[in-house]
Design a protein around this ligand. Sequence first.
Ligand code: HEM
Ligand code: HEM
Length: 220
Amino acid sequence: MSQFKTPSQPVWDPLIRIGHWTLVIAFFTAYLSGDDLFNIHKWAGYVVAAYVLIRIVWGLVGPKHARFSNFVRGPGAVFGYLRALMTGKVKDYTGHNPAGGAMVVALLFSLLITTSSGLALYAVEDNAGPLAGIVTEQTFAPLASAFGEEEEEEEHGGRKEESGSEDLLEDVHKAFVYITLALIGLHLAGVVASSLAHKENLARAMVTGRKRVHDPDGDA
Ligand code: HEM
Ligand code: HEM
């Protein structure tokens, strides 16, 4: 029976797992539809935004391994872990390791700015979406002119030129899409490196929710 199997324990709750894979699909759907399939883009973006908000709340009130207090560590622990990763002498963690924890925070932050700039852009461009009426062309006008994005009032063939706010929000939206993509690249490299170092398939653990039971000294 179980004496031949490596003992495992539940770590990632269903919200984390279903949320993670929903996020992966929604993020790439939003990325690929950003240019010209706006209806799809909008809904995929809303899914990402909802995930981020729910995950932040879950980080405060969710079960042990979902909580920020369980995996957010200082720079010392993060760099210590990365150094150990180079030498292959990492200690095991039940939940996120310190570098993984820092990556979770970076990804959530970057996704928060990507989605909120998208929502603000939609409100300014089309006066639509959840921020319609809350965010207007005027909201970011002072910031936009501080960044040299001046308002252009003249009409071109009956179509009003983009406002400074719109330009600024578009720049922020695009920049954070690329920052998020760069973080995803590092995230995947981290998952591979840590899976090798801990001799455990961490991507599979994000599917099954279970991780190996290990030396209790390494528990976090
Ligand atoms: C096929 C590609 C991907 C794989 C295999 C993967 C794998 C994983 C794994 C194994 C973890 C847990 C890390 C740990 O054990 O500490 C994780 C966490 C996470 N990943 Fe990914 N990931 C992928 C793509 C993405 C993408 C595209 C995003 C962002 C858009 C993302 C965002 C996150 C976040 C936010 C967490 C934290 C989960 C939580 O605590 O709720 N991942 N991922
Ligand atoms: C993580 C989620 C998201 C990703 C990856 C993403 C990605 C993109 C990309 C790649 C573009 C095209 C930029 C270009 O023209 O080069 C774009 C444009 C845009 N996005 Fe998003 N976006 C996300 C979320 C959102 C959300 C939640 C909204 C709000 C409805 C939104 C609204 C817009 C708008 C209004 C444009 C400009 C469309 C146009 O005028 O052509 N985005 N986004």
